[in-house]
Design a protein around this ligand. Structure first.
Ligand SMILES: Nc1ncnc2c1ncn2[C@@H]1O[C@H](COP(=O)(O)OP(=O)(O)OP(=O)(O)O)[C@@H](O)[C@H]1O
Ligand SMILES: [Mg+2]
Length: 369
């Protein structure tokens, strides 16, 4: 189906805040995600190693009859950290309190939360790497000794009044585990490293979500959406909702393979989950700069975007997919990138793989422009 014969069903390609393949939650996601969250460890699909380890931690604490060890959930956005924190509280049969690093700018904010916990309560601290230093210092003591020192007064006359806390379980979540100070990381009894999901697991998640949303989804259509979901449940659920919209407006509501493909083509999400901007970046890198090396800001200008957008929004997945490498001399395409866009590299094209091993996603500061 071509885009030309579609009326009033066009996504706005200029609205990057609304990228279908963005792993971060938008307002729409937040509204529907609650309904799609699995509520028990058994219903949580994939991440088998994390599930096994976490299951043990929870069972052991129940056997001891004490608050469970503090748990750190580390991994990229949209992989299920918030979901797991809710599951931890549910499995422990304890209430859950939710707060986040940015909300705890003063130590007093944290003291207020901690002192109002009930014994055994699970405290979920999202984006824990964004907590203020003062709150962090207070958290050390709270995690270790279930105690905080409230400072009363200022200057030389200030005194610390110790306050006993009920035992609680802290569940911290971070997308940037590398930013956590060592002493904080060490105070977690267990760290779950969440990784991107296998296509089979995403497939299973889609089947589950489709059942909950009442979307008739053919297995091959589920497999097709799974391939394009970047190993991320949030992206999978979002693509499913958009494909459902398409099916309801353009067809009879059933999602089969042809329909899923047509819908995702309309939304410009390609066979492996690259969207328009990802492809524009690759296209500029290959066609205009012969595969690189080219500086980030030059590449960004070529696609009419901010450097930061290209760096934080496109590059992580392009690097992860093995299409692009960050090297000290700039961005370089790999042979896979040429292949994916159906282009033939000119003779003598420098390939990333031949010059340097792929840089980790944080390697952006390597480049000298
Ligand atoms: N293992 C899973 N099985 C089924 N659905 C899942 C799974 N993991 C995540 N989801 C779904 O993906 C969505 C996003 O998950 P969640 O909000 O827990 O991610 P997150 O890691 O907390 O993301 P962020 O870093 O942005 O906070 C939820 O709607 C949830 O239903
Ligand atoms: Mg979350």
């Amino acid at each position: 189906m071509s885009v030309d014969n579609l009326h009033n069903f066009e996504p706005n390609p200029d609205d990057e805040s609304n990228r279908l393949v963005d792993a971060n939650a938008d307002g729409d996601d937040m509204l529907v995600e609650g309904a799609l969250r699995p509520r028990t460890l058994d219903a949580f699909i994939g991440q088998q190693r994390v599930k096994d380890q976490l299951g043990l931690v929870l069972a052991a604490s129940s056997a001891r009859g004490r608050a469970a060890d503090h748990v750190l959930l580390a991994g990229p956005p949209g992989l299920g950290k918030t979901t797991l924190s809710m599951i931890i509280a549910a499995e422990l049969g304890m209430p859950l309190r939710i707060t986040s690093g940015p909300a705890l700018q003063h130590a007093g904010d944290l003291a207020a939360v901690l002192s109002s916990l009930v014994p055994g309560e699970v405290l979920f601290l999202d984006e824990i790497h964004r907590m203020s230093r003062m709150a962090e210092e207070m958290l050390y003591l709270a995690m270790e000794d279930f105690r905080v020192d409230i400072i009363v007064g200022k200057g030389p006359g200030a005194t610390a009044i110790p306050l006993e806390l009920p035992p609680f379980t802290l569940v911290g979540a971070t997308t940037r585990a590398g930013l956590l100070p060592g002493p904080l990381r060490d105070r977690f009894g267990f760290t779950a490293h969440m990784d991107f999901y296998e296509a089979d697991d995403i497939h299973a998640i889609l089947v589950r979500s489709a059942a909950l949303l009442g979307v008739p989804l053919a297995p091959d259509a589920a497999a097709e959406i799974a391939k394009r979901s970047r190993g991320t449940p949030r992206v999978a659920n979002r693509l499913l909702r958009r494909v459902r919209d398409y099916a309801q407006v353009k067809a009879d509501g059933n999602v089969d393979l042809a329909l899923a493909r047509a819908a995702l083509e309309l939304y410009e999400v390609d066979e492996i989950g690259l969207d328009r901007l990802d492809r524009a970046v690759l296209d500029a890198l290959l066609r205009r700069f012969g595969g690189g090396p080219v500086g980030l800001s030059t590449l960004a200008v070529a696609v009419g975007e901010e450097s930061e957008t290209v760096e934080t929004v496109c590059e992580p997945f392009l690097v992860r997919s093995g299409f692009l490498a960050r090297t000290p001399r700039g961005r370089v395409a790999t042979p896979a990138a040429w292949q994916h866009l159906g282009l033939t590299p000119a003779p003598g094209t420098p390939f990333a793989a031949a010059t340097l091993p792929f840089e980790a996603e944080t390697g952006s500061d390597l480049e000298q422009e």
